[in-house]
Ligand binder design. Structure first.
Ligand code: SF4
Length: 440
């Protein structure tokens, strides 16, 4: 496959050979996620006819919008589907993180086909996601469904960022890897319609359109920034619960309801369960005791690491352990200047967190970190964490998950390479055949 002439391809192939138990698809996926994708002008022209990147919460791009010389952010697809080619890849879905300088470039072949190249060498064919019927619809207030209720994971997940701002503000509070506030500002400056606080009514109207035109979506996520004081007179639990209550009373059981908020006290998390939410994501972001206060200063000050973890365990009593799925951002434990410099030390630390939760039946999952430039970590970490870290993390997550005989995390679609739709990391791609589904 590799003729030895392209550095990145040689690096990728060597990485795959060092990790023979990982699907090659996952090796490519992790490297593309941490590095980003470039598009040729012709590929962008083709992509413009497909389902566009909606900027569903963060930018996830490796350059700011104002540096997108080809207007990539207006035409790029939400995700790419890789399949076949020299690597013989099984279908692999990857979220699009734009980086015009990436060695991974999506190019048109001239026959209406698209391929992924690495430093000019084609490695696999690419498909773009079709435009769902509901993306062509406009709501009564003139807004488009793509803005209010975009879907990701090849249409599986309706992503409802109902509050696009976080009340953790500035260096001393914002999570150092997060660009939610700066992304909101740049989208407004660019002129993208980008509703800061979505109303319950517009969410219901958008879902009505989706429910009447679509059968691919299976889950929704309600999320947004943290609320440290009040928003529209409501606490964080009250604000986010109102959406779940409205959705579940209008469309009972139509989708698997998922909620991403801070780790809230038990009585507040119970509101979500009572509203019909089935999966709770109180994201702990990074396990390491030294790094948590540095990388999540607001969460550390307002809640604290030990209390955050206690609340995750409390939530397991409400939702059942398999239905509490806290996220962490895979890679930030190696961020400069404070993170680990040694891959194995970083894995030992993150692995201890996986042991802590998985031994109790709670299955954390992760998104693959890319160092967005508008975050505090962005300026020192252009290359992100080493690919070796991401591959060791996949092995460690897979092996710890197997060690505790945990079920497939619910709410993510089918597991396994060639079937997984989760597009911002490969944790679903590495689950072996035969792992049972979680009970409802
Ligand atoms: S709590 Fe942290 S990760 Fe979540 S939106 Fe706020 S700054 Fe971002």
């Amino acid at each position: 496959m590799n003729d030895g002439t392209t550095g990145r391809l040689a690096m990728l192939e060597a990485a795959a050979e060092r990790h023979p138990s990982l699907p090659r698809e996952a090796v490519v996926k992790e490297d593309v996620l941490r590095t980003g994708l470039a598009f040729s002008p012709e590929a962008l022209k083709l992509a413009a006819q497909f389902k566009a990147k909606a900027y569903f919460i963060f930018s996830f791009d490796l350059v700011p919008l104002k540096e997108m010389g080809k207007g990539e952010h207006w035409s790029a697809p939400e995700e790419v589907w890789l399949e076949g080619g020299a690597w013989g890849l099984r279908p692999t879905i990857i979220s699009v993180r734009l980086n015009p300088h990436s060695p991974y470039r999506v190019e048109a072949t001239g026959e209406g086909e698209v391929q992924l190249t690495v430093e000019g060498t084609p490695i696999t064919q690419v498909k773009f996601p079709p435009v769902p019927e509901y993306y062509t619809r406009t709501m009564a207030n003139g807004k488009r469904v793509i803005e209010i209720a975009p879907t990701i994971e090849w249409g599986y997940l309706v992503y409802l960022t109902v509050f696009r701002i976080c009340q953790y503000f500035g260096d001393a509070e914002e999570c150092q890897f997060c660009d939610i506030n700066n992304n909101y500002r740049q989208q407004i400056q660019e002129g993208r319609p980008y509703t800061g606080v979505k109303s319950v009514e517009e969410i219901l109207e958008a879902l009505e359109i989706i429910a009447s035109t679509d059968s691919a979506s299976r889950a929704y996520t309600i999320t947004g920034g943290s609320i440290t004081s009040r928003l529209k007179g409501m606490t964080e639990a009250e604000f986010y619960a109102q959406y779940a209550e409205a959705i579940e009373s209008r469309f009972p059981g139509r989708w698997i309801g998922k909620m991403v908020t801070q780790a809230l006290p038990k009585s507040e998390a119970k509101r979500f369960k009572d509203a019909g939410i089935r999966i709770y994501h109180p994201n702990y972001e990074v396990w390491d005791e030294r790094l948590f206060p540095i990388l999540c200063p607001g969460k550390d000050r307002y809640v604290g690491r030990a209390e955050w973890h206690r609340r995750i365990l409390d939530a397991a009593e409400i939702f059942g352990p398999a239905h509490v799925i806290p996220n962490f951002v895979g890679g930030i434990e190696m961020s400069k200047p404070h993170g680990f410099t040694d891959v194995e030390e970083a894995i030992r630390s993150t692995g201890a967190g996986l042991e802590f939760f998985m031994s109790r039946g709670i299955c954390p999952r992760f998104t693959t970190w890319c160092a967005e430039p508008l975050t505090r970590l962005g300026k020192d970490n252009a290359g992100g964490a080493p690919l070796e870290y991401h591959l060791r993390l996949l092995e460690t997550w897979r092996d710890t998950h197997a060690k505790y005989k945990l079920p497939v995390p619910p709410g993510y679609g089918d597991p396994g390479s060639g079937r997984a739709v989760f597009s911002v990391s490969s944790f679903m791609d590495v689950i072996a055949d035969g792992v049972p589904a979680a009970s409802a």
